[in-house]
Design a binder for this molecule. Structure first.
Ligand code: NDP
Length: 286
């Protein structure tokens, strides 16, 4: 058996065509959706992520603002910039690229972003809304994973979903989203006693760890759906995931590749959240 590939680039493309239409409608109603992306320092990976986000906005006709600051910027200066963007009516979403330099507390920065503009979904208000099943912005990466499951018409009800990784930005929100869809969810982490015993039970396996090839074919139940969030580099410097793609695709029914899987969907969900933020401003005017 060879698994079907869930192509994140193709899926993103079809979503973004639709989002382009939504932008047009918003513009016709007097609102150009706008995203501000803040980068502090010159981390090369962060520079690529930020550039891709800004380009994605442009591609669908959204306004985007890229603010780049020196690595020596103080926390007070960054909070000042956020305060300014919080009240800027041309900006509907604010994203601060992580990681931040040591002198800046990321939590203080995330909590300073207006919850109405928290398109990354990292604010405590957004996290609380997801926890309680209330309306709010969902973190983009796990939301993108869920959309990938939806794209294959996968019904999660009663299925065992195993999430490997418990970070606030991927693992935990992913588990909550799967739970909301009536899956029975297990969350694994670095202290999990027997990882393989759990992953072998998974109908849906989400790997969000950051360890190359942590998930091998012998850890996957035949016919499982495998979503690979990991972004690692192999010995040749090539991008690869947490899943041994070549081996696991012989066992799984569906699998996401790296690159070209969850990565593009993350940016697509960022666009979706920014559109929703702009739409809610329009709705509040009527
Ligand atoms: P974190 O480092 O914040 O979290 C990693 C998680 O993996 C932790 O919960 C950790 O457990 C767990 N873990 C570590 N080692 C093991 C192990 N041996 N077995 C089981 N669990 C383990 O990472 P993120 O959640 O931010 O990101 C995870 C991966 O996803 C990274 O590769 C990152 O680059 C990628 N990523 C990709 C995105 C995309 O758009 N495609 C977006 C965001 C992230 P513990 O809590 O006990 O330490």
């Amino acid at each position: 058996m060879s698994a079907h590939i869930i192509d994140g680039r193709q899926l993103s493309h079809s979503f973004r065509l639709d989002y382009g239409q939504r932008v047009k409608q918003l513009v016709e109603n007097g609102i150009t959706p706008g995203l501000a992306v803040i980068l502090v320092g010159d981390n090369p990976a962060s520079q690529v992520y930020v550039k891709n986000k800004v380009l994605a906005c442009k591609d669908i006709g959204m306004h985007s603002l890229m603010l780049q600051f020196d690595a020596g910027m103080t926390q007070a200066q960054l909070l000042g910039e956020i305060e300014r963007l919080n009240t800027d009516p041309s900006i509907h979403g604010i994203l601060v690229q992580l990681p931040l330099p040591k002198q800046i507390d990321p939590q203080a920065v995330i909590q300073a972003i207006s919850a109405q503009k928290d398109v990354d979904g990292f604010h405590l208000e957004s996290a609380g809304a997801l926890m309680c099943g209330a309306k709010g912005y969902w973190p983009c990466t796990p939301h993108g994973c869920l959309k990938m499951l939806d794209s294959i018409g996968y019904d999660l009800t009663g299925k065992h979903a195993v999430v490997v990784g418990r970070s606030n930005i991927v693992g935990k929100p992913m588990a909550l989203m799967l739970l909301q869809r009536n899956a029975t969810v297990s969350i694994c982490h670095s202290q999990t006693a027997n990882l393989k015993a759990l992953t072998l039970q998974a109908d849906v396996l989400v790997a969000a760890v950051g360890i190359r090839h942590l998930i091998t074919a012998d850890m996957v139940k035949p016919g499982a759906v495998v979503i690979d969030v990991g972004m690692n580099r192999d010995d040749q410097g090539k991008l690869c995931g947490d899943v041994d793609f070549e081996g696991v695709k012989q066992v799984a029914s569906f699998i996401t590749p790296v690159p070209g899987g969850v990565g593009p969907m993350t940016i697509t969900m960022l666009l979706a959240n920014t559109l929703d933020a702009a739409q809610s401003i329009l709705d509040s005017q009527h």
